[in-house]
Design a protein around this ligand. Sequence first.
Ligand SMILES: Nc1ncnc2c1ncn2[C@@H]1O[C@H](COP(=O)(O)OP(=O)(O)O)[C@@H](O)[C@H]1O
Ligand SMILES: [Mg+2]
Length: 245
Amino acid sequence: MREHGEVAGMLELRGIEAGYGEHIVLRDVSLTVQPGTVVAVLGPNGAGKTTLLRVASGLLRPSAGTVLLGGEDLTRARPYVRARRGLCHIPEGRGIYPALTVRENLVLHAHKGEETPALDRATSAFPVLGQKLRQPAGQLSGGQQQMLSLVRAYLTRPRLVLVDEASMGLAPVVVDQIFEFLGQIAGSGTALLIVEQYVSRALALADRVYLLNKGGVVFTGPPADIGDDLFMHYLGTAAGAHQAP
Ligand SMILES: Nc1ncnc2c1ncn2[C@@H]1O[C@H](COP(=O)(O)OP(=O)(O)O)[C@@H](O)[C@H]1O
Ligand SMILES: [Mg+2]
């Protein structure tokens, strides 16, 4: 039972085991995101970071363990139910529809009947998208497509946003914009769970870090507590060396 006065995590994963068919990826993973905080999940390729976000948003059902949102057990709830409870998942690879216009992409993710204010919020957060509402999303630059994907965080006023490798494949100047935007989302009081390859930038934003390796948590704590030895061991580089190119 919860101690008196303990705040319910925005998201709590407890003892999660999950995988694909016979292939178990996550083993006994527990993770908490407190309301309004930023948690970064780091780890080498194949560690299970994407799998962890999929379990959190309901795209993948765990074979063991519990998923709680705002203290409510939603382990068996479908993704749209979790979305209604304030969870927004921005998937690896952006998840936008290239043949649809920018406007159509945005409206898809807005709550019914709230499309106009949602579009206003999105385009004031990213004015460049407001100028391109009628263009097919596939014609946007890579950075603009990522912004279109991220701006979902403003459409439905989520309480928790999961972001998977937002800066993947983007030029450094665009990566700066992406992180500025993530900082803006966090600054508005929305909790963030981010998976990132740009370790130093993720650490600058994070209140807490989970280091994942081979499907298990090998470190958790505030960014300042990760020593260079851990970085070298699991990420193949020292903390200071993991700058964006
Ligand atoms: N759809 C899938 N079907 C089968 N195996 C998968 C699938 N997606 C990922 N995997 C495997 O699960 C493991 C973890 O993958 P993933 O969660 O994508 O890691 P990360 O995001 O940390 O790179 C890897 O071994 C990967 O090959
Ligand atoms: Mg991944």
